[in-house]
Write a protein that binds this ligand. Structure first.
Ligand SMILES: [Zn+2]
Length: 510
């Protein structure tokens, strides 16, 4: 299989306006074989080569080729809950989420992952990391269903099933006199069990055995297009035993570890109170800050020592500006990270806190919101820096440094082709400025993943998108969040809110 994109403009930082005009891109198998001027590399030249037998030629006139975008953090199950909440910080929001998400079947996981894939592909995203959650105990069917959706859609994905073994925030709530353990969230995070330690070990062992079996079936599926990661839920939700075992299993497969990292002030306060040190220092002291670790949010990593530890480790923080704004979590210290050489990725987060899966939104937000935290304009985040977070940074989070996020011979052929004659992209001024500040995803015309066309003329090739949307629409109606909140969940959310206020006051006092 070979694909030649002729007469296409290509993103190139060394060209005027970062656009190399009238090029050709030759793809053989799943990799970019050559990029050259259209005069040098053309269909006529290839006629003489053995490639012509299976050569498809795509007319690239009026199109602009960029590396496929990488959404380095999301939770596909939240797709049902788009636009369903507002004005809640993370801790009460979690209590609402667990109290109203209802029971997911394997089909729900399939549909939610498929909806993510459809929305992302149509808006130019070619890869994602799905930090997949499930409201109850894990079963193999749930994991397989999400993987199958990604397999069917043609997108590149790493799925990291979320699990935890000890909730340190609930411990602090106990200490401060708040009973949060009876909420749906609390019950699924240890609850009131007298045998909590034995239970924790049992669940941890069962989860890891399940994940190992699943990884054996799916890791590196379809020439590495799908990966299986370990997804310890968050730094405040795991013991050191859980993390060490997660790394051990991940390393057996050459897989990544994906874990939420101090997203909120409540988490930051609770970790310091329980461990007597920050999360990053704790991870560092345990020998667990490593290049295969990606850390969504990393909002409250603030000391110079912790930022240096991140930089030296090669771990990859993932910036999620929309979710951080919606839940009022705070602003990641992005400039301080970039100036130390930390490789930062970009994500949208789940659709209940974001609320779409459009990475162009995240690009624009990330490029703008940090202007408010620094009065020196020379330290503001540039469009190119943000775009590289969504490409090169995402590749690092996927453990595919040098192979993804760039358009050059030898790299994997994940390419998004934008229509430069769209109302948005005409005229093509500075390409990074156009991509970050202007584009919304609506100029996306074709999308190529792993050398195959998966969106052609704005249509998903491998799925019946309309039938899936209809089924998704109908199934959402049975879930509890579509009805008024019951009295118990209302009380549980209010209790979590009271705890949140208390910790915020304590956090402000240091
Ligand atoms: Zn998240």
């Amino acid at each position: 299989m070979a694909l030649l994109i002729e007469h296409v403009d290509v993103l190139n930082p060394d060209s005027p306006r970062s656009v190399a005009s009238n090029c050709s891109i030759l793809i053989t198998g799943n990799r970019i074989a050559r990029i050259a001027s259209a005069d040098e590399l053309n269909c006529a030249e290839l006629l003489a080569s053995p490639l012509t037998e299976n050569l498809e030629v795509l007319n690239g006139r009026g199109l602009f080729a960029i590396p496929g975008l990488i959404n380095a953090h999301t939770h596909s199950p939240e797709n049902y809950m788009r636009g369903a909440t507002e004005r809640l910080p993370l801790e009460p929001w979690l209590v609402w989420l667990y109290g109203t998400c209802g029971e997911f079947t394997p089909r729900d996981h399939y549909l939610c992952a498929a909806m993510s894939a459809i929305e992302m592909l149509l808006s130019g995203v070619t890869s994602t990391i799905d930090h997949l959650w499930h409201g109850g105990a894990w079963q193999r069917d749930f994991l397989d269903a999400a993987m199958q959706a990604y397999a069917d859609s043609g997108i590149r994905a790493a799925v990291a099933p979320m699990f935890d073994d000890h909730d340190y925030v609930l411990d602090v709530a106990d200490e401060l006199g708040y009973d949060l353990r009876g909420s749906a969230y609390g019950l699924s995070h240890g609850g009131y069990r007298p045998d909590r330690e034995a239970y924790r070990r049992g669940v941890l062992r069962d989860n890891l055995a399940l994940f190992e079996d699943w990884m054996r079936s799916w890791h590196q599926y379809d020439s590495g297009r799908l990966q299986t990661f370990l997804g310890p839920a968050a730094g405040h939700l795991v013991t050191e035993e859980c993390l060490h075992l997660s790394f051990e299993l991940a390393r057996k497969f050459g897989a990544g570890v994906h874990m939420h990292c101090v997203e909120t002030r409540v988490q930051e306060y609770c970790i310091r109170r329980v461990h007597g040190k920050t999360l990053v220092q704790w991870l560092h002291d345990e020998g667990l800050l490593a290049p295969e670790l990606s850390l969504p949010h990393s909002v409250w990593v603030r000391s110079a020592e912790d930022l240096d530890r991140l930089a030296q480790s090669g771990a990859v923080p993932v910036h999620n500006p929309a979710a951080n704004l919606k839940l009022g979590s705070g602003l990641m210290p992005l400039r301080a990270m970039l100036e130390r050489g930390v490789r930062v990725a970009l994500g949208v987060d789940g659709a209940c806190s974001s609320d779409n899966q459009n990475l162009f939104d995240a690009l624009k937000l990330a490029a703008l919101i940090h202007n408010l935290s620094d009065i020196d304009p020379s330290r503001w985040i540039s469009a190119r820096e943000v775009f590289e977070m969504a490409t090169i940074g995402g590749a690092a989070a996927l453990l595919m440094r040098e192979q993804l996020g760039v358009l050059r011979p030898g790299a994997l052929a994940d390419i998004t082709l934008l229509d430069t004659r769209s109302a948005l992209l005409a005229p093509m001024n500075d390409a990074y400025g156009m991509l970050v500040h202007v584009e919304t995803g609506q100029s996306v015309r074709h999308v190529i993943v792993n050398g195959r066309i998966v969106v052609r003329d704005r249509c998903i090739v491998n799925l019946d998108a309309q039938a899936l949307v209809e089924e998704f629409f109908a199934r959402a109606d049975r879930l509890p969040f579509r009805r008024p909140l019951d009295a118990k969940t209302q009380r549980d959310v209010a209790d979590a809110q009271a705890f949140w206020w208390d910790v915020m006051r304590r956090w402000q006092m240091g």
